[in-house]
Design a protein around this ligand. Sequence first.
Ligand code: PEP
Ligand code: MN
Length: 331
Amino acid sequence: MIVQLNKGIAKDKAEELALKYQATLFENGSFVLVTSSKVKLASDELKQLADGIFITDTDIQLAGKPYYADKREIKIGDFSIGGNTKNSLLITGPCSVESEEQIEASAQLCVELGIKVLRAGAYKPRTSPYTFQGMGLAGLKLLDKMRSKYGLKIITEVRDSTHVDEVIEYADIIQIGAKSMYDHGILRKCGQSKKPVLLKRGFGTTLQEFVQSAEFILSGGNPNVILCERGIRTFETKTRFTLDLCGAAWLKEHTNLPIILDPSHAMGYAYGVPDLARSCMALGVDGILIESHPNPKAAKSDAEQQLNFEEFKALHASLKKVGEAVGYKVI
Ligand code: PEP
Ligand code: MN
């Protein structure tokens, strides 16, 4: 249950109510109390103090349509996704920042194609501890350099809560990876920021669990959450994961959060990424994340799935057409 308290209610009164009704408290212009969906308080006291009361069946609450029926608009610098924009944000870059030369080539590709957001990881959450773990802070600094030099927005991931402040400082969009979707240290820190957060779905999580992770950020006071479906684990082993397009359709229908799809990590092999990306665009989504690399064969992580620049350029041109056909503008 969500109780939007009256504007005039002071912080100490809101805190007293939160304690009394065992609610999570945050501020969005006025104070908001959120209790578990199992608790339905029909208290006259709350009714008198509230501007709005929203009762939901599940703990998909702040992300749910009963609370906010439209799609949230998320501003990223001077442009937005979600709301009524019908923008579909194409995000690209290599899996990892590897060197200045490499990330600069990717930044230049973005500039050439008019792409606004460059993505690369500096802290990589790898499956094996013996593979490249990312450049860390040095990688963030290179991304920062690309932002100033080329005017690009940067998305980069946080691997664990030891460097979450650093990533929040350097990123324009904070990525929380699939393996970190349950890390409450990260979720809570991101909830205290106002920067947009791209939350990836864990590959073994249900849609309910995925959106509940988003609720940790939203109920921390950060309204700028973007959901990212990146493939789930099924019995199939020929592809890396299985992109859950049904799930994406469900999220569109039942949540108020923008949705970005990631065909690269789902497929795991470059040959399948262009067709899958076009299928994603045909669904009408708020963005697509595609890994590309100046020399994929030499990539230090996710080498098999990254497109080379020629492949990416051809895909970019075709995505614009698919977007147009379903009423979305590729930005
Ligand atoms: C990535 O985006 O490079 C990555 C590691 O993705 P995921 O968290 O989806 O595995
Ligand atoms: Mn990757």
